[in-house]
Design a protein around this ligand. Sequence first.
Ligand code: AMP
Length: 444
Amino acid sequence: MPYIAVKGTHDVLGKEAQAYRYITDVFKAVCELYGYGPIETPILEYTEVFDRATGESSDVVRKEMYTFKDKGDRSVTLRPEGTAGVMRSIVTNKLYVNDLPLKLYYAGPSFRYERPQQGRYRQFCQLGVEAVGVNDPHLDAEAICLAMTVLKMLGFENLKVKLNSLGDASSRAAYKDALRAYFAPRVESMCEDCKQRLLLNPMRILDCKVEADQEIAKGAPKMKDFLSEESEQRLYKTISLLNEMGVEYELDDTLVRGLDYYAEVVFEVHAISKEGKDYGALLGGGHYEGLLETFGGPKDIDYGVGFGMGLERIYSLMADNKMLDDVKSGVDIYAMPVGAEVVDDAFSLVEQIRALGYSVEMPFVPSKLGSMFKKAERSGAKFALIIGPEELARGMVNLKNLDSKEQKEVAIETLDETLDAEFEKLENPEHEHGEGCTCGHCHD
Ligand code: AMP
């Protein structure tokens, strides 16, 4: 049998790998813009971390976790989501003694034993944030704005924020009672999961993907009719902040989120096609409470807001909609030593060019010029730098724009200036250097 990747996992290669890095870089840069700092927690945690945090009724805990015994007979689990590990780490390291809120972001793989299908993997990468220790709707609205900024910077134009309020504990208790009363006489005809959900957390029935169950759920009582006054005000505050920021949203009663720690405002961001088709959630999150205490942390600051966005889904939508064409792939310059006798000089010249910040690739065993040009094209380089013995002896090299095919002889001594000018021209094609030009290249 040939060696293949484990079902539901895949190798990320070539342009896809470049795109993953690009998307992750944009995400991290925007997080920093909003005052979030990085955190990396282990992918492997004691199973209890997820059992405690995600709650009994969550599908992730009930059937999707990769849980196994290690050689020391301890039950460990590959993280199915990012929040629980971050909360565990905040308590383990007493990070809450710092100024609050603690604003953290992470990027890394999560594992769920799901049925693999389009956009659904068993190993997927989540980009997520958590802002912990302060109970303030501004923080919720800020997290939504952060998510929208990431997606807009990636080029998504048609986005919809779906919002719901799960209310405070008393609102939820009253709502769950009403749901139990509604579903109890109907649950016999519903799926096995819903029968379980009715016992554990009837709100999760609203999230059921079975069509017939969704039909039944349509007639169920609505959360909004059970919200306490405080919860209602909190929802309106978030909405008014989003309005001020010009963020479009839609209230969605069916949005309950899969994990039990959510309370008050929860949200998803969906991408919508030009024709109005909903591509599904790119990210989901919301306000949560009681997680720090679960791990033995303090109760009085036990609030947070967070979201997780799926890198694979964002990538596949961007690829389908040709949003990745401008993502840089490959090196800036492909250097071509013309003949074995110039390889060593080319080697040190290339090292100097890299020190200027340009990425360069060069072959150490030069082939014929034609074949090196083909490799240069394949490398994705913008320029070929042709290093010939005769030119080298005069302190010169040839620089060829691989797009326009324009080639010129340039002095090695001033190569840094030439490269700066050429790359600036590529970035800013309208720009004409010379008299009257105020750019940094023409005016120091
Ligand atoms: P969740 O923690 O379930 O709210 O998921 C947050 C985001 O992660 C979703 O909106 C998806 O974009 C992504 N996601 C969740 N599960 C998967 C999966 N099995 N495969 C790929 N992406 C996923």
